[in-house]
Design a protein around this ligand. Structure first.
Ligand code: ADP
Length: 361
């Protein structure tokens, strides 16, 4: 009874940025009533809005006013990520809210490095993150995450399930776990397809806000098949500012478009080199990612510099967002992860142009 009343109240209070009420967003995460005390956990699209003027006080005030039996309310805010329902995803990956392909038209642009650091940055924001290394040409993510062990197997309701390997709070499965290093490339396409299916149905992912897929680079048959194998919420395309990479990024976007997977954003990697005098040197050209984003009206989620420490930390199995969280490059990865969360959360709804608090009385 009381829970129903609390839900009724929260159905009339809007999350400040998304401009939609907490109940429709499925952002009422937990409520515990203990005598006259209420402990409420609410999702929020950006943890910074937890400090939004009066949000906490207004929710508390409204509950105390409408529910005389409750004398004390405590609210915890956690990151809220919207679940974009997709029938096939619900069937294959019921606990996973968003499935995102990290793709590139061309190899060597830093796609896997972006996938790893983005996964860490999303985890820092409070998201639950899984990562599937599907790059059949060079599954490098276990190395970048400092993982040497293999997935375990447990029994769930009489069926064996693989347990993803975990490090830095990220759950990982890699095609490299199933494939010998010297497997001929011709076998890799069909193997990748069946491995991905296995990763979706036979792995115990549990609840995840994001399951990221590090896709093989390119826009050929293999990539097309893989992008149809996974029920994707969307794709992120990584490119360098170099013309040849931009041309391939455009092809990447068109490939996803063909199979009705929306491109959520572009990420420009190796955008510039920061010289000792503080000036930027645009080694691979300037502004290509921005132009691409303007052409397709798709968000440029961020521009990452060429940074020796990004390379070193990847080689050492400790992504830069963990090894040096306060450096400029890590700050950029963090802002990319925030942009991604906002892009995902505001899909199919019109958010407030600036966050505001609104209560329907
Ligand atoms: P891809 O997945 O596109 O093939 P990788 O992520 O494996 O690319 O990156 C290729 C190489 O470039 C790796 O050695 C990686 O450490 C390095 N690298 C990636 N991004 C950067 C960057 N922003 N600055 C410096 N080195 C980078």
């Amino acid at each position: 009874m009381s829970e129903q009343k609390i839900n009724e109240i929260l159905a009339n209070i809007k999350e400040p940025y998304l401009n939609k009420d907490f109940v429709s967003l499925d952002f009422v995460k937990r409520m515990t009533i203990n005598g006259d005390k209420l402990l409420l956990t609410l999702g929020i699209s950006d943890m910074e809005y937890a400090h939004f003027p009066d949000l906490r006080n207004i929710v508390i005030g409204k509950i105390l006013e409408e529910m005389p039996d409750i004398k004390e309310v405590k609210i915890d805010f956690i990151l809220g990520v919207v679940n974009h329902n997709n029938k096939q995803k619900e069937l294959l990956l019921p606990g996973v809210k968003n499935t995102i392909a990290i793709a590139s038209g061309k190899g060597g642009v830093g796609k896997s490095t972006v996938a790893v650091n983005l996964a860490v940055a999303l985890t820092n924001e409070g998201a639950k993150v899984g990562l599937i290394d599907a790059d059949i040409y060079g599954p490098s993510i276990p190395t970048m995450l400092g993982i040497n062990n293999r997935p375990g197997v447990i029994n769930v309701n009489g069926k064996p399930k693989m347990l993803p390997v975990k490090n830095y709070d990220i759950k990982l499965m890699s095609i490299g776990f199933l494939m010998e290093e010297d497997t001929a490339v011709v076998w890799r396409g069909p193997m990748a397809s069946s491995a991905l299916k296995q990763f979706m149905t036979e792995v115990l992912w549990e609840e995840l806000d994001f399951l990221l897929f590090d896709m093989p680079p390119g826009t050929g048959d293999i990539q097309l098949t893989l992008s149809q194998t996974v029920p994707l919420t969307g794709a992120i395309i990584v490119t360098t500012p170099q013309q040849i990479s931009l041309t391939d990024a455009r092809k990447g976007h068109l490939m996803f478009d063909k199979v009705n997977v929306p491109t959520i954003g572009f990420i420009e990697n190796m955008s510039y080199y920061l010289k000792e005098d503080g000036k930027k040197e645009y080694i691979f050209g300037e502004g290509g990612g921005k132009k691409l984003s303007e052409e397709f009206k798709i968000k440029l989620l961020g521009e990452i510099p060429i940074d020796t420490n990004i390379r070193k930390s990847g080689d050492n199995g400790k992504p830069i967002v963990i090894s040096d969280p306060e450096c400029e490059s890590s700050k950029i990865y963090k802002s990319i992860s925030k942009n991604l969360i906002l892009e995902i959360n505001k899909r199919n709804i019109s958010p407030a142009s600036s966050p505001k608090l609104e209560i329907n009385i």
